[in-house]
Design a binder for this molecule. Structure first.
Ligand SMILES: [Zn+2]
Length: 242
C-alpha cells in the first residue's frame, strides 16, 4: 500500500518536473521584447484554442499498425495545453476526450461530422482574441518514406507569421535533416476556412511512415512536439502580432 502511494507521489513528482522542463524549454525560445514595446504590444486577451483533429466515430487517418489519428492528435494537444498553461497562456480545448462534438439530432456519420465542424467553428468565432491551433497527423501511403512536421495557415491576418514561427521551431525539433516550409491551407478545409481567427493547422508527422508512427506514440516525442509548437506560438506573441 505505502509502496503504491510512494510510487504515485514519485510519479506525480516526475510529471511536475517534466512539465517544468517543458515550460522552461518553451520559454527559452521566447524572445522578450523591451519594456516599452511590451506595454504597447501586450495583448492579454489572446486565447489559444487547441483543437485535436477528429474524435469519436471520426478517427481520421489510420496507420498500418492500427494507430488512429484522433488519439495521437489528442495526446499531443493535451501536452501543448500543459506547456502553454505553464507559460501563463489561457487555453480552450475543442475536445478533451475521444469524442465528436456534434449537436443532438444527428444520425448519419456525415451529419455528425458536419455538425462537429460547425460547433468547432462556433467555439472559435465566439472567443474574442482567439488563435486556433489545430493538431493533426498526415498520411501518404503511396510514399511511406515521407515524414516530418508541416504547418498550414489560413487567410486571417497574422496566421502566416504564426505558421512561419511554429514551422521554424518544429524544423529544429522534428525535421532536423531537412526543414519544411509552411503552406497556405486549402479552402476545402471547412474549419480553417470558416474561422475568423488566425489559424494554424499542424500536421505533426506521417502515420503512413511506420518509424514516424512509432515515434509519434511516445510521450517523449509528443512532449518535444508540444514544446516546439508552444515556443513558436509564444515567440510571435512576444513580438506583438498578430
Ligand atoms: Zn486529420
Amino acid at each position: 500500500m505505502w509502496m503504491v502511494i510512494r510510487r504515485k507521489v514519485l510519479f506525480r513528482g516526475l510529471c511536475l518536473w517534466g512539465t517544468l522542463m517543458l515550460g522552461l524549454t518553451a520559454l527559452a525560445y521566447f524572445r522578450s521584447p523591451p519594456a516599452a514595446e511590451t506595454a504597447a504590444a501586450y495583448r492579454p486577451e489572446t486565447v489559444y484554442i487547441i483543437d485535436p483533429g477528429h474524435g469519436g466515430e471520426d478517427g481520421g487517418a489510420v496507420a498500418a499498425d492500427g494507430t488512429v489519428e484522433s488519439g495521437v492528435n489528442l495526446a499531443i494537444a493535451l501536452r501543448l495545453r500543459e506547456v502553454l498553461r505553464f507559460c501563463g497562456c489561457p487555453c480552450v480545448m475543442t475536445r478533451e476526450e475521444d469524442v465528436s462534438i456534434y449537436s443532438p439530432g444527428c444520425e448519419t456519420l456525415r451529419q455528425k461530422k458536419a455538425s462537429d465542424l460547425k460547433n468547432r467553428v462556433a467555439l472559435v468565432n465566439g472567443q474574442e482574441g482567439a488563435i486556433l491551433v489545430s493538431v493533426h497527423q498526415n498520411c501518404l501511403p503511396s510514399v511511406p518514406t515521407v515524414h516530418g512536421a508541416q504547418v498550414f495557415y489560413n487567410r486571417a491576418e497574422g496566421a502566416e507569421t504564426l505558421a512561419q514561427s511554429v514551422q521554424e521551431t518544429l524544423n529544429q525539433a522534428a525535421n532536423p535533416e531537412k526543414g519544411k516550409a509552411p503552406a497556405r491551407i486549402s479552402d476545402t478545409i471547412y474549419l480553417t476556412k470558416n474561422v475568423t481567427a488566425p489559424a494554424v493547422l499542424i500536421e505533426c508527422g506521417f502515420l503512413s511512415n511506420p518509424q514516424e508512427t512509432k515515434k509519434l506514440k511516445t510521450a517523449d516525442y509528443q512532449r518535444t512536439l508540444a514544446a516546439a509548437m508552444a515556443a513558436g506560438l509564444l515567440r510571435v506573441a512576444g513580438e506583438g502580432s498578430p
